[in-house]
Design a protein. Structure first.
Length: 360
């Protein structure tokens, strides 16, 4: 069986928290990490969901991630701050940084927070939605280990550095954009490799720089930047802002998740911005609604049902999966069950949701 089975979101969240708490992660921090991973699976971004819990746990167990970080602002002014993550789990550090950016924005109109000494922080959309829920525009970005070849190259030199923007509207749902700078998130290739499935052409190259559809060969080689030189350049810029600017590791000095002997020292940046800096918040909401409605009502291309706004597919996925259950592949379930067994946390209580649709 290779099709995913569906599990109750609250049970998956509880299991994730129990695993992390067994590893001495404080309860509130465990909830933040679990929420981040769960939201990824709910939104259909399974490359950043519960599939990441085993490696997060292993890094804590090996002592290369601090389960109880004491994060602190080491530099600040009226609108900016630099946060030292104390080598904590990425979702814990990232959430504290976005909270600081929101605080700065509420006072100064805009808040920009840089982060160093952090780890893989999951989906960037998780953080910008924190700003959106406060009525603010949010941005989040992170550098990542070198798994991507630059445009015209064949060696791993760039990260698949993600970037997300969240913008509130009025009556319309907020605009949420979240993407890596590669053609596809490397995590999707990891999923394909675990399932023994090929990947589409154009995603990656092998060690010799040749195009490949073999997921394992792609993992040994390099993913490719989206849009050729555009994705390549944006990746470099994000690394500058997240790494070189903040004092975090950057370029080839970043460690991978799989390297269990060294800290990652990832860098992130977070921004929050009030919508009433130039027009009233009410006027901005009306203008956003008008723009989004214009996009939605524009004529679709042939063989396309409708024009979608950024984040709409993920929002539909989340609503559906909240109702029907979190889809988890059997390979991921087996890994979670094994992790639970190792830490005396039973996965058996995570209920499979049986509905007419899950059987179709």
């Amino acid at each position: 069986m290779t099709e995913p089975r569906r599990y109750r979101p609250e049970d998956v969240h509880e299991f994730c928290c129990a695993i992390l708490e067994k590893l001495k992660v404080p309860a509130e921090d465990a909830k933040e990490v679990a929420a981040c991973l769960l939201q990824a699976d709910l939104r259909g971004v399974d490359s950043h969901g519960m599939i990441r819990l085993p490696i997060y746990a292993e890094r804590v167990r090996k002592g290369v991630v601090n389960p109880r970080p004491v994060t602190q602002v080491v530099r600040s002014n009226i609108a900016t701050a630099l946060l030292d993550g104390d080598n904590g789990l990425g979702p814990v550090v990232g959430s504290k940084a976005m909270e600081k950016a929101i605080e700065l924005a509420q006072n100064a109109g805009i808040g920009f927070v840089g982060v160093r000494r952090s780890n893989h922080f999951g989906i960037a959309a998780f953080y910008v939605q924190k700003a959106v829920r406060k009525g603010l525009i949010g941005c989040a970005a992170s550098n990542a280990p070198s798994h991507m070849a630059p445009f015209g190259g064949r060696s791993r030199l760039l990260g698949t550095n993600p970037f997300s923007v969240g913008i509130p509207a009025g009556r319309e749902a907020p605009l949420i954009f979240d993407a890596s700078t590669s053609v596809v998130a490397r995590g999707k290739i990891i999923v394909a490799a675990k399932e023994g499935k090929p990947i589409p052409p154009g995603w990656a190259i092998d060690l010799d720089g040749n195009p490949t559809t073999d997921a394992k060969a792609a993992l040994a080689g390099s993913v490719l930047p989206f849009g050729g030189p555009k994705g390549s350049a944006i990746s470099v810029i994000i690394d500058v802002l997240s790494g070189a600017l903040t004092g975090a590791a950057f370029g080839l000095t970043l460690n991978t998740l799989e390297n269990l002997k060294a800290e990652q020292d990832l860098g992130h940046i977070f921004m929050a911005m009030r919508t009433d800096m130039f027009v009233t918040a009410e006027d901005f909401a009306v203008r956003m609604d008008e723009l989004l409605q214009t996009l939605k009502s524009s004529p679709p291309a042939p063989n396309t049902e409708q024009v979608l706004v950024p984040g709409e597919i993920e929002r539909q996925n989340e609503a559906r999966n909240q109702k029907l259950g979190v889809p988890l592949l059997p390979t991921v379930v087996n890994q979670l069950a094994a992790l639970g067994s190792d830490l005396s946390v039973s996965f058996a209580h995570v209920a499979v949701m049986q509905t007419a649709e899950t059987q179709s």
